[in-house]
Design a binder for this molecule. Structure first.
Ligand code: SAH
Length: 492
């Protein structure tokens, strides 16, 4: 009886029951030193242990087949992980086929052979990282000892062009280092540099290390990558959520749930742009989204306007230019009293965001949506509007004040000049007690009536941090762009 047994990544409790049973009843056990060491406690004292070296696999496979012909001898060949994944199982079947002029079935009858599956490095590493293999993935070995590099490179290139997670086995050895560097160059050519990458060394073994990084930062970890390392290159659906790496399965398209997520338009850590429907192929030349971001970065860096912007302000300004596809917003944006830093602090401290209209609320990054409130449609708002002869949006701000939700929070006016006026009035009336002072005001109301005037008023509102788009232009997209950039910076 010949059993080809996958012993899993290393941890004793990840050895399957069947694998343990085969090993503990073995008369002869074959494997390389490392694997034998990992299961030494399970090997019976009576078993003959045959240790093989790298490069002697064919001889070992032949010997195993030969010994396995003895009906009353339990011969066990062990492979790390799963014996059928870059392991001994395939070779043993080939050797069996060979020894019988290619007719494996006859030999099958002669020798009782079974393959016992094990937990492969991809599963073990994925579990340590989170769930990066929740969607389609491909596995590639970078070892060119048996396969010519040109063939490996061709497969890698095909996969790099596809929007699919790639698991890399055999990334690097002491003598084989160039392959990983070449693979990196190839991936960088076709994938977003911010793609999430997971690196797991010695999964489920002593010396286990787990790293989540991005594709562009992968070279910084080369020195920690060796033959006991598995690398998982995410795809556009892969995210880093907290300390975990996860690839979306698609539930988010069908169901509404809290994702701790970034908006589709966000510059999330992982994302290349979602491929066009039915395309499933991210071509470097077609990366409209990335190109657009690069153009915006270029525009902002070359901006020669009268105001000098800090790096953080440039990011926010760039986001407004991006959202509107209009560089002239750089001349209209005003940042007063370190508003970006203040906004970041507010977000980090979980402060509320009050918006003038529902559309602004709807556009705010989903990861912060629980903290956003808009009162324009509240029943009390309508009462206030009637009683005080205010617009509904202004009454919404008044209600927020009555609920004591203005003080210390972020107020975003993306649409309504009258809501803007209400904010200014509150601040003026707040006076010495400062009990109605917002921490930050983002004012981008739009229109020819009163919008420009109200925004100037915001700018003259004492020392309250504010971000304003001067003149009649602005609107919801600009307001949302500003706050979403701040939220993203705060979360990084
Ligand atoms: N049959 C094995 C794979 C053998 S190829 C399996 O199914 O897991 C050897 C490669 O597997 C290594 O170079 C490494 O990339 C990966 N590997 C094996 N064990 C690993 C472990 N414990 N941690 C991380 N990677 C591992």
């Amino acid at each position: 009886m010949l059993s080809v047994v996958g012993i899993g990544p290393g941890a004793q409790d990840l050895l399957t029951e069947r694998a343990r049973a085969r090993i503990s009843s073995a008369d002869v056990i074959m494997g390389n030193e490392r694997y034998i060491e990992l299961i030494k406690d399970t090997i019976p004292g009576s078993a003959e242990v045959i240790i093989g070296r790298m490069g002697t696999e064919v001889d070992r496979a032949k010997k195993a087949v030969e010994l396995g012909k003895h009906k009353n001898k339990n011969v066990v060949v062990v492979s790390g992980g799963d014996a059928g994944i870059y392991g001994m199982a395939g070779l043993i079947i080939e050797v069996m086929g060979d020894s019988d002029s290619g007719i494996a079935s006859k030999l099958d009858r002669e020798i009782d052979m079974e393959i016992v599956p094990g937990i492969t490095a991809a599963s073990a590493s994925a579990a340590l990282l989170g769930a990066p293999l929740s969607n389609d993935f491909a596995v590639v070995s970078l070892s060119d000892l048996l396969v010519p590099w040109s063939e490996i490179e061709k497969k890698l290139e095909g996969l790099a062009k596809m929007d699919i997670t790639i698991v890399i086995y055999n990334p690097k050895s002491k003598t084989r280092t160039a392959q990983l560097e070449k693979a990196y160059e190839l991936l960088m050519r076709f994938r977003n540099a911010n793609t999430v990458v997971g690196i797991v060394r010695n999964a489920e073994r002593e010396g286990c290390e787990v790293v989540i990084t991005t594709l562009k930062d992968l070279p910084g970890y080369y020195h920690r990558i060796d033959m006991s390392t598995t690398i998982i290159i995410g795809c556009s659906g892969t995210r880093k959520l907290g300390a975990r790496m996860v690839t979306r399965r698609g539930y988010e398209r069908k169901y509404d749930y809290e994702r701790g997520d970034v908006n589709e338009e966000d510059e999330g850590i992982a994302v290349s742009p979602a491929p066009a429907a039915g395309c499933g192929y991210v071509d470097a030349g077609n990366r409209v989204w990335e190109k657009s971001k690069a153009i915006v970065r270029d525009i902002v860096s070359k901006y020669q306007g009268s105001l000098s912007l800090s790096d953080l302000e440039k990011r926010v300004a760039g986001r407004v230019v991006f959202a509107n596809a209009d560089p002239s917003f750089l001349d209209l944006l005003v940042f007063k009293h370190h508003p970006v830093e203040t906004g970041i602090r507010c977000i980090k401290n979980g402060k509320m965001i009050i918006t003038d209209i529902e559309m602004v609320k709807a556009g705010i990054n989903k990861r912060y949506s629980k903290k956003v409130q808009c009162f324009v449609n509240a029943p009390e708002t309508i009462e206030i509007a009637k009683r005080e002869k205010l617009t509904r949006t202004a009454a919404g701000i008044r209600l927020a004040k009555e609920k004591r939700l203005i003080h210390g929070n972020i107020v975003i006016i993306g649409n309504s000049p009258s809501a803007c006026q209400e904010v200014c009035a509150l601040v003026e009336k707040g006076g010495a007690s400062e009990e109605q002072k917002p921490a930050l005001v983002v004012a981008t109301p739009v229109g020819f009536v009163n919008a420009a005037e109200m925004k100037e008023k915001v700018l003259s509102m004492g020392n309250i941090p504010c971000i304003v788009i001067r003149g009649p232009r602005g609107g919801t997209p600009s307001a949302v762009a500003i706050i979403n950039e701040i939220i993203e910076i705060a979360h990084r």
